[in-house]
Design a protein around this ligand. Structure first.
Ligand SMILES: Cc1cc2nc3c(=O)[nH]c(=O)nc-3n(C[C@H](O)[C@H](O)[C@H](O)COP(=O)(O)OP(=O)(O)OC[C@H]3O[C@@H](n4cnc5c(N)ncnc54)[C@H](O)[C@@H]3O)c2cc1C
Length: 409
């Protein structure tokens, strides 16, 4: 494999770099209190303005086909663009579910009219989308979800609860999996819809997080009516529709946000211990070496994933390996960075060192080890699909969902 840009990738990188240099400064999040949370109306407006600017210049939806307003770019071009964009303090986080999951699903399953109505606004960030899959008793085992969908004329009536829905409180639409038939095995009884988040009968509670943010929600559905026209895929095909989005999710969350090796290396170099410069300490150097190997391994593995994509293959289990490594590494680096700051490590507000980057990461990194597949689930995937080990025992796979033993039975 060749890790250098090809000639056309180098041209694309130069174009993107120049365009970002001219435009990114107008949308900088530097100094903003809550640039990515989405709950802050000003921050959301800034994200939307940046998305619209990218859409006008052809950088909003690189992988989307041209017929839907995308650039029809290659996965390698996406990687190149993301590398360049990451050099600027920019918003953008809130559109990932729409652009990476809802968009591709709508392209595949929605009617032409629906595509014309929803995709342009999704692309420009005028309408924001969320993902309503997880429930209190269905996270890793999302096929065990209970939200009921009952057909009534041309509508479906939806009752139940979703949880951990990122951005539900400000999103306009959501993609959602429901159970239309509890009398058949769990994967077969699922049906997929998109829903207007302002529909009567939907109520949303924000969940307070340890980081001080509250960008996840509980979403309650009480006799919510969804037109049958908003069903994506056939009745009973909900699992296969959901799988398409989950593959995209593993890729979407597969990046390595800072603090990473470079930041902790700089911190160690700048730290004096009682015994002398921290960088001379053998045990610290060992830790640094370990994180360097992981960071490089991730970078190269991501190239492997992107190469597979360039060849038109479905993203493989490498994406799972990437998230498993990077989420754990970020948590360990954050914890270690705070230790190096000694007493200063406990400060987050006034007086915090390095803009409290390690403290913020320490509080948010555990979530990354859960979102998009927990560590254990990813290890199961790697064990089964990469190493070929015997699969997890799934005794409930063929039983009617309503006959599965539960806490109440
Ligand atoms: C930051 C963040 C954002 C999220 N955003 C969304 C969102 O927008 N929309 C949405 O629908 N959901 C979202 N989620 C929910 C997320 O998908 C679930 O939290 C995740 O799938 C885990 O499910 P759970 O929390 O129910 O834990 P459980 O599945 O109950 O797992 C509990 C523990 O058991 C372990 N475990 C479970 N099954 C197995 C197994 N077979 N083998 C070994 N160990 C196992 C898990 O690893 C974990 O340690 C988000 C979560 C986070 C943290």
């Amino acid at each position: 494999m060749d890790f250098d840009d090809s000639q056309s990738e180098a041209v694309f990188r130069a174009e993107a770099r120049e365009w970002l240099a001219e435009n990114a400064r107008n949308f900088s999040t530097e100094g903003l209190e809550a640039p990515d949370d989405g709950g802050d109306p000003e921050a959301l407006k800034l994200s939307q303005a940046w998305q619209a600017c990218k859409a006008d210049a052809g950088y909003a939806c690189l992988l989307w086909p041209k017929e839907y307003g995308g650039r029809g770019a290659t996965p390698m071009e996406l990687l190149v663009y993301e590398e360049e964009e990451r050099k600027h303090p920019l918003p953008g986080h809130v559109f990932r579910i729409g652009l990476g999951m809802a968009g591709p699903v709508m392209m595949k399953y929605a009617s032409e009219e629906q595509k014309a109505r929803y995709l342009p606004k999704m692309r420009r960030g005028d309408e924001v989308w969320c993902q309503l899959f997880s429930e209190p008793s269905a996270g890793s085992d999302v096929a065990g979800l209970r939200m009921r969908a009952v057909k009534d004329g041309d509508d479906w009536v939806i009752n139940g609860q979703k949880v951990w829905t990122t951005g539900a409180h400000f999103c306009d639409y959501g993609i959602m999996v429901t159970r239309h038939d509890p009398t058949i095995p769990k994967h077969m009884g699922l049906t997929f819809f998109f829903v207007d988040m302002k529909s009567p009968g939907i109520s949303i509670n924000r969940i307070n997080q340890i980081s001080g943010e509250s960008n996840f929600c509980e979403v309650f559905f009480s006799d919510v009516r969804i037109p049958d026209a908003q069903r994506l895929g056939q009745v009973g095909d909900g699992w296969s529709v959901a799988l398409t989005t989950l593959m995209n999710e593993r890729l979407a969350v597969g990046g390595a946000p800072p603090p990473d090796f470079d930041q902790i290396f700089d911190t160690v170099c700048a730290t004096e211990l009682e015994s002398g410069p921290a960088i001379k300490d053998a045990s610290l150097r060992e830790k640094l070496a370990d994180w360097y190997v992981q960071a490089e391994g991730f970078r190269l593995t991501k190239f492997r994933t992107m190469t597979a994509l360039s060849r038109g293959q479905t993203p493989g289990p490498e994406a799972s390996i990437g998230k498993l490594i990077t989420a754990k590494k970020r948590q360990a680096i954050a914890s270690f960075g705070m230790d190096l700051q000694e007493m200063g490590g406990v400060l987050m507000d006034g007086g915090a060192v390095e803009d409290s980057a390690y403290q913020d990461a320490y509080l948010t990194s555990p979530g990354a080890r859960i979102a998009g597949g927990t560590d254990e689930i990813l290890m199961n995937i790697i064990a089964e699909r990469v190493l070929g080990l015997p699969p997890d025992i799934r005794v409930d796979k063929k039983l009617p969902f309503s006959q599965l033993p539960t806490g109440d039975s």
